[in-house]
Write a protein that binds this ligand. Structure first.
Ligand code: PAF
Length: 280
């Protein structure tokens, strides 16, 4: 595996690759887990060459503490990528990505950025859009892979490449879960024993939502979710919404022509966990 820390050598290397070869790209913030590996495996199956970036992007963290405590395991990540035959690891510095000003671009994602994650995490999606645009422009992949755990992020990135006219296939990949249903996330390593034991309740609740969605009103389903977490002393519900997958606007009325998902964010003390599920 080739490891590049700088942009120019990476681009030189990529420009020498046969023009007919496809490049698959998996951007990550490191602390790699099975969920990331499933994206990388998909890229390896579908693309001739796979590039994985590891970059903890400061501009997408709305809270300084979250950035400081975000797990950073760079050498372990690189070793893991080697062990699964990844072709290229790209590990840039903040200076390489942001040059002189660590600042996000202000995007207009047509409202997708204002709801749910966007309303609770100020400027988060401007930070994501900025770094993903920069990385896509550096790597110039044929395909780029993103997990559906961050479904809102996935839709925003699809919108961003349209607005910015970046030629790349954005490929969404199914949520990868632990055996007990907890969606895989780098943040899971920050859960203590009690929190980790309680965390599967998030997915169990989403499965209940999926069951109840057809025969109950959205307001009743939302009430059920609120009640599930009301007396829980470990998990604190931040939001639960049902939204159609195109506009992501939370709704209280169903339209049979639309496709819906349930979206949830929960705190276990300072660890924020998100998940979502398809409802129809
Ligand atoms: O999903 C993530 O890990 C990050 O938001 C991403 C897409 C790598 C951008 O920093």
């Amino acid at each position: 595996m080739e490891v590049f820390k700088k942009i120019n050598p990476l681009q030189d290397y990529l420009s020498n690759i046969n023009i007919n070869k496809t490049i698959g790209f998996v951007p990550t913030m490191g602390a790699l887990h099975e969920g990331h590996l499933s994206l990388i495996k998909k890229s390896q199956l579908e693309s001739d060459l796979t590039v994985v970036s590891i970059f903890v992007n400061p501009t997408q963290f709305d809270k300084k503490e979250d950035l400081i405590t975000y797990p950073k395991t760079q050498q372990k990540d690189i070793d893991l990528l080697k062990s699964i035959d990844c072709d290229i690891a790209f590990v840039p510095s903040i200076k390489d990505i942001y040059e002189n000003k660590v600042k996000s671009h202000n995007f207009d994602f047509g409202g997708l950025e204002k709801v749910m994650e966007g309303s609770f995490r100020k400027d988060h999606f401007d930070g994501v859009g900025t770094v993903v645009k920069r990385l896509l422009e550096i790597v110039k992949p044929t395909n780029a892979y993103f997990g559906e755990k961050d479904f809102q992020q996935l839709q925003i990135i699809k919108k961003m490449v349209k607005i910015e006219k970046i030629h790349v296939n954005i490929i969404g990949c199914e949520i990868y879960r632990e055996n007990d249903g907890l969606a895989m996330s780098s943040r899971n390593t920050r859960l203590n024993k009690k929190q980790r034991e309680e965390a599967p309740l998030i997915y169990q609740t989403l499965l209940k939502v999926q069951k109840q969605f057809h025969n109950n009103s959205i307001n009743d389903v939302k009430e059920m979710v609120k009640n599930t977490f009301k007396n829980n002393t470990v998990l604190d519900l931040e939001y639960f919404e049902i939204a159609d997958i195109d506009t992501l606007t939370p709704t209280s009325l169903k339209n049979k022509n639309m496709k819906y998902r349930g979206f949830i964010a929960v705190f276990a003390d300072t660890v924020r966990l998100i998940d979502n599920i398809a409802l129809n």
